[in-house]
Design a protein around this ligand. Structure first.
Ligand SMILES: *Cc1c(COP(=O)(O)O)cnc(C)c1O
Length: 427
């Protein structure tokens, strides 16, 4: 019988070290790994055999995390990197090159939006943004230069839930991979690959780590997308760095299905270098073991906060995918299995000024930039995380200037609600 999520989260990926018999995960702090022979070294470098060479490429502790994420996402292979941001960057440049285009949701994490709209164009990769709530706007933007459709499972910061199956079908109709940033849902609430996603990205920094103690990211390859269409030039022209090998057609059988992950590891990660440290991998593995329990509590608390805010007369509007009245509720019920996540956003009557004051009045909540911590967090995105956007971009991204973003922690709900109540009382 296939093991369930909670079991995989605690056990998968670990092979007990027969020398130490350690039950816990060992941290392997080694830069390099011994070759058994000249032949062995040659085979490892030539991808004829897989094994550890150097910790920028692979590391035994990172491998446990990679295998565990792969098991939890239901993918074929994963690669961990130094941040969610580098996971996104490496994913894009592992598919697209100069002259290529991305069609992406315009409701994205602020850093992703800046990468797509301002950084990638420096290298000739351009993005056409479309409205996540009107999927036909995506299809209109697809041209012969498009190389992927890029969405977030639950958009940051407006919390729109994406109709993943619909986007997967659209992408596949045009022979494109669907890339999903699933940070806000985590594999516990939703497994995008089951709905057709080809590549799933998670910022490990958030709920997977779960305690605000390390930065990391991971890319999971579903192992299903066929890059043999000539438009995927990176996979179909001879790779001079691997003796003219063509990634789409020349890999031996066990590696062929995971060509995307293997290329991501051996081209962008190997040569641009944003590798994850084994110490941080260990932190994320600890986080994964309790992910299901924490997501349940995050979701339970967030729903109660959303309902409280919905009924409060000083609150102008609230968005939480779990609220019956939320525009994303139907999709949320379709895609999110074990809760609706830990994020709640809302606007206070009195707008921007009242929102800023509210954040300052909170005592239990921490005023910080991250999300997905065990502790409750609050921020005003328009003046912080999304401040690089113009007023126009803010409007099209749905970041209302009065939007207050809450990341609901796992504290007792009475204390969370009391903190919100006391802050609202003083406004
Ligand atoms: C935080 C976040 C990222 C970036 O991840 P880092 O680990 O901070 O680099 C990307 N996407 C989403 C949805 C995020 O919340």
């Amino acid at each position: 019988m296939k093991q369930k999520f909670e079991t995989l989260a605690v056990h998968s990926g670990q092979t007990v070290n027969q020398n130490t018999m350690a039950r816990g995960i060992e941290i392997c702090r080694s830069t390099a790994f011994l070759f058994k022979s000249h032949e062995h070294a040659k085979n490892l470098f030539g991808l004829k055999e897989l094994g550890n060479i150097y910790s920028r490429l692979t590391n035994p502790t990172n491998a446990v995390l990679e295998e565990r994420i792969t098991a939890l996402e239901g993918g074929a292979a994963s690669v961990v990197v130094a941040s969610g941001t580098s996971a996104i960057h490496y994913t894009v440049i592992n598919i697209a090159e100069m002259g290529d285009e991305i069609v992406a949701s315009d409701r994205l994490y602020g850093g992703t939006y800046t990468m797509f709209s301002a950084i990638l164009p420096q290298f000739g990769i351009t993005t056409k943004f479309a409205d996540i709530n009107n999927p036909e706007t995506f299809e209109k933007q697809i041209t012969e230069k498009t190389r992927m459709i890029y969405i977030e499972s639950i958009g940051n910061p407006t919390l729109d839930v994406a109709d993943i199956k619909l986007f997967a079908d659209m992408a596949h109709k045009h022979n494109l991979p669907l890339v999903v940033d699933a940070t806000f849902s985590t594999p516990y609430l939703m497994r995008a690959i089951e709905h057709g996603a080809d590549i799933v990205i998670n910022s490990l920094t958030k709920w997977i780590g779960g305690h605000g103690s390390a930065i990391g990211g991971v890319v999971t390859d579903a192992g299903k997308f066929d890059f043999s269409d000539k438009k995927f030039a990176l996979y179909n022209k001879p790779d001079a760095n691997y003796h003219g090998m063509k990634w789409a057609t020349d890999l031996p059988e066990p590696l062929a299905p995971i060509k995307f992950a293997l290329r991501l590891r051996t081209v962008p990660l190997r040569n641009l270098g944003a590798c994850l440290s084994a110490d941080n991998s260990w932190i994320f593995i600890q986080g994964l073991e309790s992910l299901s329990l924490r997501m349940e509590r995050h979701s339970e608390n967030a729903l109660k906060v959303a309902k409280y805010l919905e009924s409060h007369d000083k609150v102008e509007w609230v968005r939480y995918p779990g609220l019956e009245k939320d525009p994303s509720n139907t999709l949320a019920k379709k895609y999110l299995n074990n809760g609706f996540g830990g994020m709640v956003v809302f606007g206070i009557k009195g707008g921007l000024v009242a929102g800023g004051k509210f954040i300052e009045l909170l005592k239990l909540f921490s005023h910080v930039a991250n999300v997905g911590d065990a502790k409750s967090l609050a921020i005003h995105p328009a003046s912080t995380s999304h401040s690089q956007m113009t007023e126009e971009q803010l409007i099209s991204s749905g970041v209302k200037t009065d939007l207050v973003r809450l990341s609901i922690g796992i504290e007792h709900i009475d204390d969370i609600l009391n903190d919100i109540k006391e802050a609202l009382d003083q406004i």
